[in-house]
Design a protein. Structure first.
Length: 194
């Protein structure tokens, strides 16, 4: 960090002459005299005493890392874009999916192109309801400072479906009924191909 440079007496005299001749931009405002005003002391903020902590000790209370609502709640709150009667049948597992894609064991890099090809191909052949199985995922979060997502594909697949090119082909996404995989799978209701 550089040390502040102070003006010499000649530089100070030159500055004072320039300041006398300058016209203020806002003549009604008074410029604060910084040399005369004392700096305010920061307000004392009451703080709680920190608990004792040893290196290697686990944190006392694990808090969730997510600030967003759970995925199931977000999908449930999404507006119904399809026929309400068909939507109710789909959620109760009464509609049979015409095709299914199982993404178990795939990485994100492998699953994304498979999902795109499956959804767009299904729409091209005229399918309306398909099932995408992601699996529930393994509980890998060890409570460390960097959170590990529970079920990476389960969380990523709905986000991919909300983005182009899939968003133009999809009318509705909802978690599957228990007999079709429950929260480890999604019903995807497709738009009619044009």
């Amino acid at each position: 960090m550089r040390k502040p440079r102070h003006l010499s007496s000649e530089e100070r005299a030159l500055w004072d002459r320039v300041a006398e001749r300058a016209t203020p931009l806002h003549p009604t405002k008074q410029a604060p005299d910084r040399a005369l005003s004392p700096k305010k002391a920061p307000a004392d903020i009451p703080s709680e005493p920190l608990p004792s902590f040893r290196v290697g000790q686990k944190t006392p209370a694990a808090r969730p890392h997510d600030v967003m609502r759970p995925l199931v709640d977000r999908l449930a709150a999404a507006p119904v874009n399809m026929d309400t009667k068909s939507f109710g049948k789909m959620k109760r597992g009464k509609l049979k999916p015409e095709a299914r894609l199982d993404l178990h064991g795939m990485t994100l890099a492998e699953a994304h192109p498979e999902l795109i090809a499956f959804i767009l191909g299904s729409q091209a052949v005229g399918r309306r309801l398909v099932l995408v199985i992601t699996g529930k995922g393994k509980d890998r979060d060890d409570g460390g400072p960097i959170p590990t997502r529970f079920g990476v594909l389960r969380h990523q697949v709905p986000q991919w479906m909300a983005l182009p090119p899939l968003s133009q082909a999809i009318l509705q996404v909802t978690p599957a009924h228990l007999k079709h995989g429950g929260h480890g799978a999604y019903y995807v209701y497709l738009r009619r191909s044009r």
